[in-house]
Design a protein. Sequence first.
Length: 94
Amino acid sequence: MRMLRPFPLLAVIVLTLAPPTHAQTFTTDDPVIRAMWRVGVEESKTEELAHVLMDRIGPRLAGSTNLDQAQDWLLETYGAWGVAARREQVGEWM
């Protein structure tokens, strides 16, 4: 006789009895918090920026061409956003 494993039944019970989570809802009507949420979640550029740096440009080791490409891209991106930025010389390694 084959014995039933309790895990599937336990998983169903836990999922049906678990209290609803409130992590994705607002517990306040504060307009500042709602605006911060909208900008952070709905208007985020994080995925797009990370894609360029990690997938298109790649590793950025000091002195590498990828570092130069990343710095050029960053200056161009900041310039398009109206953010003043410049390349700084940080010194040389011995």
